[in-house]
Design a binder for this molecule. Sequence first.
Ligand SMILES: Nc1ncnc2c1ncn2[C@@H]1O[C@H](COP(=O)(O)OP(=O)(O)OP(=O)(O)O)[C@@H](O)[C@H]1O
Ligand SMILES: [Mg+2]
Length: 469
Amino acid sequence: MLTKLSVSGFKSLDDVTVHFGPFTCIAGQNGAGKSNLFDVILFLSDLTRMPIMDAARRVRDRSEKPGGPIASIFTRTRDGMRDTMAIAAEFIVPGSVVDDFNQRAEPSVALLRYELELRFTPTDEVESERILLVKEALRYIPKSEFRGALFPTSGMFWDSVKGGTKTSPFISTSEDKDSIFVHQDGNGKSGRPERFSALGARRTVLSTISSVDRPTAFAARREMESWVLLQLEPSALRKEDEFSTPSDVKVSPTGAHMPATLRRLGADGLIASRLSELLPDVGELSVDIDERRQTKTLVMTNKDGISFPAKALSDGTLRFLALAIMHADRDAGGVICLEEPENGIHPSRVSAMTRLLRDMAVDPQEAVGDDNPLRQVIINTHSPLVVQSLRTADLVVCGSYRQDGATYTDFSFVAETWRAALMPDHHPTSLGTLVAYLSKPEEADWSQSETVRQRLETQLTLPLREIAH
Ligand SMILES: Nc1ncnc2c1ncn2[C@@H]1O[C@H](COP(=O)(O)OP(=O)(O)OP(=O)(O)O)[C@@H](O)[C@H]1O
Ligand SMILES: [Mg+2]
């Protein structure tokens, strides 16, 4: 569970910090930098399983063969670009972790901070453009310090999160930034740290940790791997499952495997009743098994007893259904990012959608466990309707400001919510200002002309600027 992210030098994110709750909505106008925030979260996730350059190419291009210039992920300035980026993420890892060989282990602590610094090097006589690993660190954050920077929780929630103590780091970088060390994990183990040369490293050291011999660093890697962007695609949502689909399958980030997951969960009634909040006509959900074709198909039966296979259901219904299945699936954990969930949903049903998304996230008033998995949901929106359907404590305001000819992203929050206490130097906004900022209808076609666009870009800065003075 990602609780805090600080970023400098990544796209329009320069010197920003965001505190996340179990459920967070990033609200801001077009071009403010909402998706850039998702980009950096997914970049961290990709870095745990692939070389740095591949992860950089995947930013905004999650196709099989992503391309494009890697320099574009570094902050552009009027005079050129920043050549260094720094990212620091604080997160909670689950109490146990399983590796690829099905070995289970327990991390020695659950509250961690991961820091990364990368530098861009342009093409020279020796090599083409590349990104160098400059610093990498993973360390424990003491419970009291962590709680001081956290969303409000109950004692039960907090007691169910493993504390532990570990004063030395799990991963560290030498002062001269020459070497990166992986240290012993504790649990009574001692021994020399393993040394990696930072210079010329093509991937992060964390991405090389693949067994539970170092359970805490491995749990950190697994945690970041679980940070995903849901991009629900109609074709995947409608797809049947083969008999060969593994029985422990989960709904994928594209929305595939709903029939097999529903079959495993057997919670058809619960999910159908959720779906009926969106479509009052829903009677039953079931999985049709075709022995001859060896397929499983999702079927919805309406109140009149008429059955429709997934193929016949609407896109909005299927998207809602995918989320409802994930909600019921205790194994579907991690950080789920979702862009503009209001798309394709009738305005009168937007609150059913936001209610479902909020319910998907872990309840910080209850203990973490099988019935309350450590699942987190982060959405973004520019819809005033979505914003008005949420609690103000769940909102992060995303705006932009201009400095020295370049546009940067700024994050704020609504006054008198928990983030205000954590960031006393920041100026909060009010819900009224936020809704007015999102609903300037005269600016709807701002992309049409360059002059209009420039004028509006200046105006877009106003809400946060006003707040800042
Ligand atoms: N390398 C970079 N350096 C500085 N700014 C950048 C860089 N790359 C992109 N941007 C800025 O990021 C902005 C786009 O941000 P983003 O895509 O996150 O917007 P958004 O809030 O998601 O908008 P929408 O609601 O339209 O999806 C662009 O307007 C551009 O100014
Ligand atoms: Mg966007």
